[in-house]
Design a protein around this ligand. Sequence first.
Ligand code: 5AD
Ligand code: SF4
Length: 468
Amino acid sequence: MKEIYEQKEYMKKIAEENKGQSKKYTILTMGCQLNENDSEKISGMAEEMGYTKTEKFEEANLVVINTCCVRENAEERLFGKVGELKNLKEKNNMIIAIGGCMMQEKHMADKIKKSYPHVDIVFGTHTLHKLPEDIYRVINSRKRIQDVIDIDGRVFEGLPISRASHTQASITIMYGCDNFCTYCIVPYVRGRERSRNPEDIIAEAKEVAKQGYKEIMLLGQNVNSYMRSENKKGECKSEINSFAKLLREINKIDGIERIRFVSPHPKDFTDDVIEAIRDCDKVCKFIHLPLQSGSTNMLKVMNRKYTKEQYLELVQKMKKQIPNIKFSTDIIVGFAGETEEDFEDTLDVVRKVKFEQVFMFIYSRRKGTPGDQMENQIPEDIKHKRFDRLKELVESQISENNKEYLNTIQEVLVEGPSKSDETMLAGRTEANKVVVFKGNEDMVNTIQKVKLVEDHMWYFKGEITNND
Ligand code: 5AD
Ligand code: SF4
């Protein structure tokens, strides 16, 4: 690809200039796994430009902040961090670049430009691949650069990548979102849906398998509409023209033992996807199925395009077809107009499905979304009270669910030493339960049979069992 070739030339030039200077970079990533994956590409580019990674801002010559704007709290965090960097900047002749979703919001990019003159580069989600060129221009002209475009970015292949984990490799399969849920800013900052070619995805999956990765995480805002917009436009040239077919192809790759994906949309959960999950032995029988609200009224206001009953029917259908399937979900509390009755419906669905994990969010008004214009906003104190009630229910259910796992033997993909106790290993079960246990280094990046002997709510203590 010509554009990427050009950027590779910039990477080489910067690497040449950085030679022998032990320059360092650091990245602060906010938000979702798609952003984490973008940051792995930024890391790949930074390393190719001759920077080595540091966790310490005070040591860094290049600081990149990859922002999120899905909820409000990220904004305060960003401004706090940018403020702190002002004093550090002179010391290391630091280049500061801020990118990601928040920079696609004009008012935020303008605020950075106006109030934080020590920021060198502002880049958007569609111009991430041009970071080497932007950095080159800053080094050589010391001018500030704003490189944000509003049109949908194309899908660029061939950027270097430096992955954060050695067991799980994230692979983005599609960009953008066409759903326009009324609370959500993503369609405005990430643009329309566009899918990567299946051949490129499969090549990347084979590559990570060759490198020794055991788990693949497929990423997209709406993975089960993979290739939908290309099919509509007649642009898909491959036989692998749906998410179900893509899953089946990736399932064939030797060396990969687990396949996960986030996030599917309940409205697009067609039978072919359910059958692919059932048939593919490597696809984890643990599905993230964002609910958002359990009330049919709220789901309508949210533009989710399914009802409470349809969601529950989908769960039932999957439970029937796929024995032992488990679910996690996302729930928003306190969206505009949510009544006590609506909220009770959410609790009802939670009680019925018995999720293994629930990511709970208090509704945060996002400028430019229909939700922000709605008049019947819920007072903060009510939102918080409902959030606490939901949390209480979820926690009681998780401890109920955990009882079922206690004293069972689970297959654990071992990730490495436990963060809280270096003498122990940590890994995850198929249903994403963290298990900490005593073992040896050879077990890292393998699947081990572990008996779960103690339940600590958010993790289990385990004991290795004899594998034969
Ligand atoms: N307020 C609160 N939560 C939100 N999410 C998306 N937009 C908002 C918002 N404005 C949540 C949804 C989504 C998850 C990634 O973030 O639950 O699934
Ligand atoms: Fe946002 Fe809805 Fe798209 Fe998910 S599906 S990114 S919640 S608009």
